[in-house]
Design a protein around this ligand. Structure first.
Ligand code: FES
Ligand SMILES: [Fe+2]
Length: 361
């Protein structure tokens, strides 16, 4: 290790970062809300796990394991009745908690439970928590916490690398110069919000000379720029002036083979009245157009990269901080969503100590 890299090494060999079998317990996007109507049931595969999702007459989305606990028929072949789901095969019926409430050939239901998963709906998207009880909120940026926002769904995309690899792009200070032709140096300052969330603030946003930043600066004076990460797979890039910001969420999920699928969600704080709504729609549209231009050059890197963090240097500081933060989260296995094969004691210790003084501050 040379002198330049001395203070910017990983605290330990990564066991989660860029691991094609692992992801972090958390909230992950499932399906755009508008794709699931009332009384509709669909099949979805999220992080390798096969699920069925339906919306009852109470409009609430419910996510369950795909296969019926009787004989394994796929429940997406079934029918939504009221707020319950009836299996197509022998018509056993399950309520929104997964309890069997009707077996047609018996006088009373049997004591069996279909696995259900915590489900939420926000930003025009349905989300699932990949554990028993949610321990954190849906991904959000601090300034929008508890606030209403206008949203617009951007592109769905497939990439040939792990979500963690895509995530490090907006904090890869060097590539701003080499790929995006930004002429000045960029420096980020990190702030860990909780065990699953970390924010990187650009401390030099007003010196950046890219097309994107120039456009923002044309509209306003002092710009701010930050990236908030949740569960190592979703980030929200915030950019704007001191007083108004746009937020672009890249919500990614791991696919088998170490690939990614993702969804872009644009958001902005709600403004009152029809003019406020109109203003936000224009701003969201503009952000979509400019954002697409900005990430276009990154896309070809994601299709071919074989990431290996062998020789980090000082300029890679934020990436190392991101990886160290990620490694202190709870790892699950793709497909089974079971705890990954770390020693339990180790995982518990990790949980209790998400803020590690040894991480490169
Ligand atoms: S397989 Fe579902 S009710 Fe028999
Ligand atoms: Fe980039």
């Amino acid at each position: 290790m040379n002198a330049n890299s001395q203070n910017f090494s990983l605290t330990s060999k990564p066991r989660i970062f860029n691991n094609p079998e692992r992801f972090v317990e958390g909230w992950y996007w499932v399906l755009p809300s508008q794709k699931l109507g009332i009384k509709e049931v669909k099949s979805v595969t999220v992080l390798g796990r096969e699920l069925a999702i339906y919306r009852g007459k109470n409009k609430v989305a419910v996510i369950v394991d795909a296969y019926c606990p009787h004989m394994g028929a796929h429940l997406a072949e079934g029918k939504v009745q009221g707020n319950e789901l009836r299996c197509f095969f022998h018509h056993w019926q399950f309520d929104d908690q997964g309890f069997c409430v009707n077996v047609p050939c018996l006088n009373e239901p049997i004591s069996i439970k279909l696995k259900t998963w915590p489900t939420a709906e926000k930003y025009g998207m349905i989300w699932v928590w990949t554990g028993e009880v949610p321990k954190q909120p849906l991904p959000f940026v601090l300034e929008l916490e508890q606030k209403e926002c206008d949203t617009s769904l951007g592109d769905y995309f497939l990439l040939n690398c792990h979500p963690n690899v895509v995530m490090i792009n907006p904090i890869d200070a060097q590539h701003f110069n080499t790929v995006h032709k930004v002429s000045s140096a960029i420096d980020f300052e990190k702030q860990e919000i909780n065990q699953n969330a970390i924010v990187f603030k650009n401390t030099t946003p007003n010196s950046v000379n890219s097309f994107f930043f120039q456009l923002i600066r044309f509209l306003c004076k002092n710009i701010t720029h930050s990236i908030c990460y949740w569960y190592g797979s979703t980030n929200i890039v915030t950019i704007g002036t001191e007083f108004f910001h746009v937020h672009v969420m890249f919500a990614l999920r791991l696919l088998p083979g170490g690939k990614s699928e993702g969804q872009v969600i644009l958001m902005i704080k709600k403004r009152p009245g029809i003019l406020g709504w109109l203003y936000n729609r224009v701003l969201l549209w503009l952000t979509k157009v400019v954002g697409t231009h900005f990430i276009w050059d990154d896309m070809k890197i994601f299709q071919t990269i074989q990431l290996d963090l062998k020789t980090p240097i000082k300029a890679d500081k934020s990436i190392i901080q991101f990886v160290n933060h990620l490694e202190r989260q709870k790892p699950l296995m793709l497909k089974t969503w079971q705890l990954a094969r770390l020693q339990n004691i180790e995982t518990k210790a990790v949980r209790e100590k998400w803020e590690d003084p040894k991480s490169n501050d």
